[in-house]
Design a protein around this ligand. Sequence first.
Ligand SMILES: [Zn+2]
Ligand SMILES: [Zn+2]
Length: 322
Amino acid sequence: MEKEEKGISRRQFLTGSAAIALTGLVTKRVFSQAKDSPSSKTGTRLILLGTGGGPRPNKMRNQSSWVVLVNDVPYVVDCGEGVSRQLVFANVPLRNLRYIFITHHHSDHNLDYGNLMYNAWVSGFKGRIDSYGPPPLEKMTKLYLEMNAYDIDIRIPDEGRPPLTPMIFAHEFSKDGLVMQNESVKVTAALVNHPPVQPSFAYRFDTPDRSIVFSGDTTPWDNLIKLAQGADILVHEVIHKPSLTRLMVRIPNADRLVEHIVASHTTHIDVGKVAKAAGVKTLVLTHFVPADDPSLTDEIWLEGAKTHFDGKVIVGKDLMEI
Ligand SMILES: [Zn+2]
Ligand SMILES: [Zn+2]
């Protein structure tokens, strides 16, 4: 990979300038959706970084990722592709990275796990990263660093960066219970039902001013309902079952895929039953499947979720702050 700011030919520079100009336009538009820099904010904030479900990149929604900011410290939940850039768009400085939580090891939740830590490092990160998730998180961390050792080993002396490996601490767990706790946050995990990916987890964040639960990927599941009891916000995955037949026409191998989706996810009707049973105040829909069907309006998702749930329902969008 090319080093930063060195050896750029005139042609590359011009191409780069055009790319920057174009990105500038896009950035300006998206920035207007995100709130101001979090540098002076206190309390607990939730930003949806990616609300699409499934491994196939699409134009409408980024892959799964959310960030809880507690007194400006980011707690990133899941690392679907594009998480680093979404954090930049959300005005969360990558050099502030501190905690990462992975719900389960499907690529739409972990593809950029290593890349996020790497991108934080090249953005000036100098502290410590603690990551949490089911096995094989430790092996994945080790292999990522090994795979990128050539580049990392060059940048350490050449750009004066600290060694990356000693800064990362991966923590694996396979059971329900307390995952981590510090003076601001308590994080609890609960096993959910997402066959054949086991273990798969939901996470609950309790802070002094808010409680936020992330379902991860799951069918309606009692253990999640227990974890989410009385929470302020439940960020829950959702599928629109009637639209899966349209997905079958567009995607090769879709019949097998549809079988998996129905057996391991939660419909836009059932998600309301889960929110009601958990007694949460607000239900935030995320991990939309299909992720890129333009005929699925907000009203369709809302109407389904509200069938059984009287609380507030939010149709999640990338870079939405809640
Ligand atoms: Zn998923
Ligand atoms: Zn999954």
